[in-house]
Design a protein around this ligand. Structure first.
Ligand code: G4P
Length: 530
């Protein structure tokens, strides 16, 4: 982040981030409050209400609801103060880590929500590790302070130790549990008082001239004040001071304390995102990186979602704009196929509604409806042959055979599976020998989700069964060597959705043998997204 040129104001005001948390920590509630302050919704409860309406449309969504997981990621934009926030939703369940990883390639920062009584939970830890891989700046929100929560130092220690990141308090809680009355905003010397009577009311904010200001005693009962002053003295001694540079490089996280359901601490967190959640960052790409201030448009697809609206069998490719000023109708080059695409009906997502996007700037997330041309990892530019890098592809860890309940529907099944493969929901292999398809996923729950979606979206009941294979490897090498190899190993050969050759086996021994016997052939567990 050092020595970066000043960005044009429209780009500089953008903050593109994701929320990471363990299920139940309060991500949905916090999102709702963000939208409320962002003016995108008028009343708390609408995100959930809309969610319900959507969910009842299908069993798949029902399953999502029952399990308390969010399977599909989407992006929401709203204004806050002079900033434009783009919040990219991440699926919370660990079985969807693949999706989550890719989503996190599209943001410049993450907000980590933890439950004040539970501290750092397993899913928070996993998601944090993903952010760490990219050195993403992380802002922490310790939620549910209105309930019995852990001691503040204990929470901070746990984050520092489990996640190996410096924690600096942006605010300090006053009182715990039933006695929790608010926080002291350390960064701006303000007392924020929570109103328990009105959940949607913005907290009362009182300017204080410092910790020795007698005004503190007017608002805080003596026994709470004494403990608070003691703690904050200790915090000043023991905890590092906020250093914006360390926040930007991901080695320090500022922590806010609040209660999303009581709308408390949310605005301060939003101010924090505006101040410390960085501006759109440089995108790594080949043969050169893309800087947000470049006048020409470049963007990359980090997610493809099919059938978002069952009435229109469309797909939406989610594109993060890495540079430039996009205008509706622009003709962009689809770098992988070298074809020109006129982007005439891009959408932005305001709360749960889609809106036609007339324009967008570096940092924004656009939804581009398409019929399958756009895939994860694709780049769109104004002509230059640039490819984004760093979008990971994952080795499928579990393989199962998928069959249509009705054998006459094999063609339909193929179409459905190929579509999910392109969406990035699974790897799909069509074996040279035998019937059925082999589906590879990263987490077991993905099989269940796929089965529900195929039934819902294609009206096709399917079965997943154990496969004789447990590993898949992509076969690379000169064309004739690959053909010769495939011919000699037909029982193990399949094609993926791009027609690339894949070697299936259940034995590491087989893999070692191929590497020994076929020096021209290389096997790889992942296929790079092109
Ligand atoms: P998630 O998306 O991270 O899974 O969490 P979500 O926002 O759905 O919140 C999980 C539960 O925690 C919800 O209760 C929610 O109301 C509650 N919650 C969120 N923020 C706070 C807070 O600041 N204080 C307290 N005390 N509770 C909070 P629920 O009973 O599961 O759902 P609901 O019946 O309230 O909708």
């Amino acid at each position: 982040m050092t020595n970066r040129p000043q960005l044009p104001p429209e780009i500089a005001r953008r903050r593109t981030f994701a929320i990471i948390s363990h299920p139940d920590a309060g991500k949905t509630t916090l999102t709702e409050k963000f939208l409320l302050y962002g003016g995108a919704i008028q009343m708390a409860g609408q995100v959930r209400a809309k969610g319900e309406a959507r969910r009842t449309r299908s069993d798949f969504m029902q399953m999502e609801k029952d399990r308390g997981i969010s399977v599909s990621a989407s992006a929401m934009s709203f204004d806050f103060d002079k900033y434009r926030f783009n919040l990219v939703d991440t699926p919370g369940h660990s079985d969807f880590s693949e999706d989550t990883y890719r989503t996190l390639t599209a943001v410049d920062a993450a907000v980590m929500v933890i439950d004040g009584a539970k501290g750092v939970e397993s899913q928070t830890q996993k998601l944090f590790e993903v952010c760490r891989l990219r050195d993403l700046p992380i802002l922490t929100f310790c939620n549910k302070m209105d309930r019995e929560s852990r001691d503040t130092f204990e929470i901070i220690d746990e984050i520092q130790e489990n996640l190996a990141i410096d924690v600096t308090p942006a605010a300090w809680p006053i009182g715990v549990g039933r006695e929790f009355m608010g926080t002291y905003d350390i960064l701006r010397d303000r007392l924020e008082l929570m109103d328990r009577a009105d959940r949607n009311k913005v907290a009362e904010s009182i300017k204080i001239s410092g910790l020795d200001d007698p005004k503190l005693a007017e608002h805080v009962p003596a026994h709470l004040l004494e403990k608070f002053l003691e703690e904050i003295e200790m915090a000043k001694e023991l905890l590092p001071k906020l250093d914006p540079e360390s926040v930007l490089n991901g080695s320090m996280t500022p922590i806010w304390f609040g209660s999303a359901i009581n709308s408390f601490g949310v605005k301060e967190l939003m101010d924090g995102i505006a101040t410390y959640g960085p501006e759109p960052q440089v995108q790594s790409a080949s043969p050169r990186n893309v800087a947000p201030e470049e006048p020409k448009v470049a963007g990359f697809v980090f997610k493809v979602q099919a059938n978002m609206d069952p009435k229109h069998r469309d797909r939406v490719a989610f594109v993060r704009l890495a540079s430039g000023h996009f205008e509706r109708g622009m003709k962009l080059t689809h770098v992988r196929t070298k074809k020109i695409m006129a982007v005439t009906n891009p959408v932005m997502f305001l709360a749960a509604d889609r809106e036609l996007a007339e324009e967008a700037y570096a940092g924004d997330i656009l939804g581009i409806p398409n019929h399958g041309q756009l895939r994860i990892g694709d780049t769109l530019t104004e002509g230059e042959a640039i490819r984004v890098t760093g979008i990971p592809s994952f080795a499928p860890e579990l393989l199962q055979t998928c069959r249509a309940g009705d054998p006459m529907k094999a063609k339909h099944l193929e179409k459905a599976l190929m579509q999910f493969a392109e969406e990035g929901a699974a790897k799909v292999f069509k074996p040279t020998f035998g019937s059925g398809f082999i589906v590879g996923v990263v987490g077991a729950l993905q099989f269940e989700v796929l089965a529900s979606r195929i039934e819902m979206e294609y009206g096709l009941p399917v079965r997943f069964e154990g496969s004789q294979f447990t590993s898949a490897r992509w076969v690379h090498g000169p064309k004739d060597a690959v053909e010769k190899f495939a011919d000699a190993n037909k029982q193990h050969i399949a094609e993926d959705n791009d027609g690339d050759v894949v070697y299936l086996t259940r034995l590491q021994w087989d893999i070692d043998r191929v590497e020994r016997d076929y020096p021209d052939i290389k096997l790889s567990a992942t296929k790079e997204m092109m």
